[in-house]
Design a protein around this ligand. Structure first.
Ligand code: SF4
Length: 408
């Protein structure tokens, strides 16, 4: 039986007329070229093609030079201006004072026995963030961070316990991708990117959507937007950007009613399920794509058969798939993972009702896979991380161990 609140919810979901906004409209409203500090060198990795063209023109050069530079840096992986043979010597000398190519330093690179890899990056100012690489049969997905810490305070999340320190700049997010790709063995390629690491992506929209511009530009990395997923805890007023950027939407749902969701996700008190799910319908209508709902199974809290029924009811009518994720326990957590029988029963109930449902395997438990855990462990014990059953084995990756493993 659908409860009264959820019944109201499904009745109140109003039909939505698809937005007429084109992608170029979106570009001009959402991504104004950043006001560049023209006094010092800029990080090349933080500039979209549009930014770069403006920057180059500001320095009296032709716009097409921006495409040449993107090609050298991202396609040919050349960051030494002296090797850029189709540019004049005087222009090359000028460029040296305009750009830097610094990338976040890799503090730690761990490999789980199940194939998951985790990277910890130094963001300067004593802060670090994580990226996780998750291999599967047909894809290699990189989960990247958008903020250091997070203000959303979801109760089941380790990062949520580490208040927001700062939002990442585009070059720091692009840098996670470039460094992770560079650390993979020859022939391995990241095929999918998910913004599901530390931070709420829509709390840092300018950097996140600039990053997507940079990664997907066809003069550069040319990463398919269709292979990029932006996940949100539900910052409703910013969700339009995901459809406009032609990327995929994932919603961290984790509740089967307003009451259950508000208890574990404070954001639900600001934007409730009615508003959130209505926005998901808009996404469906505008993109014709499915929404992915992430649903964490917490023992005794979100894992009952009645909860599965309610979950089905509130998402019914939305083009979606539901990823159920057994809770990944971490130190100090007030929640527990349900047993396998309960997990299977929950999944089967959703399937019986007709939902498109996937059970996500818990991966990388031996390498602090719960988002934010590695950062915390490194802070507490830098240089002493004993990951005895990871492929790297033993301690924090020292420089000599890094060389031995062929890491940079
Ligand atoms: S689940 Fe995401 S939005 Fe919620 S606290 Fe963690 S990082 Fe932030």
């Amino acid at each position: 039986m659908m409860n009264q609140r959820n019944q109201d919810l499904s009745e109140k979901l109003v039909p939505w007329a698809p937005a007429q906004m084109t992608f170029s409209d979106y570009m001009s409203t959402a991504l104004p070229a950043e006001k560049l500090d023209r006094s010092g060198p800029q990080s090349f990795f933080g500039l979209t093609m549009l930014d770069l063209e403006k920057f180059i023109q500001h320095h009296g050069k032709e716009k097409y030079r921006a495409q040449q530079l993107y090609k050298w840096v991202y396609e040919k992986k050349v960051t030494d201006f002296d090797l850029m043979s189709n540019l004049s010597k005087s222009f090359r000398d000028e460029l040296k004072s305009l750009f830097t190519f610094e990338l976040p330093k890799v503090l730690t690179h761990l490999k789980s026995v199940d194939g998951t890899q985790k990277f910890l990056f130094d963001m300067g100012d004593g802060q670090s963030v994580e990226a996780v690489l998750i291999p599967s049969d047909d894809r290699m997905t990189l989960c990247i961070s958008s903020e250091i810490g997070c203000n959303m305070a979801c109760r089941f999340c380790f990062t949520g316990k580490q208040k927001l320190k700062r939002r990442l700049r585009p070059e720091e997010i692009v840098g996670q991708f470039l460094q992770s790709q560079a650390l993979l063995p020859e022939g391995w390629r990241i095929t999918n990117i998910v913004f599901m690491g530390m931070g709420e992506p829509l709390d840092n929209p300018e950097s996140v959507f600039k990053t997507i511009e940079i990664l997907s530009n066809d003069w550069g990395i040319n990463f398919s937007r269709r292979k990029i997923t932006v996940s949100t805890s539900g910052i409703v007023p910013e969700m339009w950007r995901i459809a406009a950027s032609k990327t995929r939407l994932a919603v961290s749902l984790n509740g089967y009613s307003d009451e259950s969701r508000s208890k574990i996700m404070p954001i639900n008190k600001r934007w409730d399920l009615l508003e959130l799910l209505n926005e998901c319908r808009k996404y469906n209508q505008q993109t014709k794509d499915l929404v992915t709902f992430e649903y964490v199974l917490l023992k005794g809290i979100t894992d009952q058969i009645s909860h599965a029924k309610e979950l089905y009811n509130i998402t019914r009518g939305i083009g979606c798939k539901i990823n159920i994720i057994p809770f990944n326990e971490h130190p100090g957590s007030e929640f527990a993972r349900p047993d396998d029988v309960t997990i299977a029963a929950f999944q089967q109930e959703l399937m019986r009702l007709g939902a498109h449902v996937l059970l996500r395997r818990t991966m990388g438990r031996d390498i602090f896979a719960a988002c934010g855990q590695l950062t915390s462990a490194y802070k507490e014990h830098p240089g002493q991380m004993d990951i005895s059953n990871s492929a790297l084995g033993g301690k924090h990756v020292t420089d000599s161990r890094r060389r031995e493993l062929g890491l940079r």
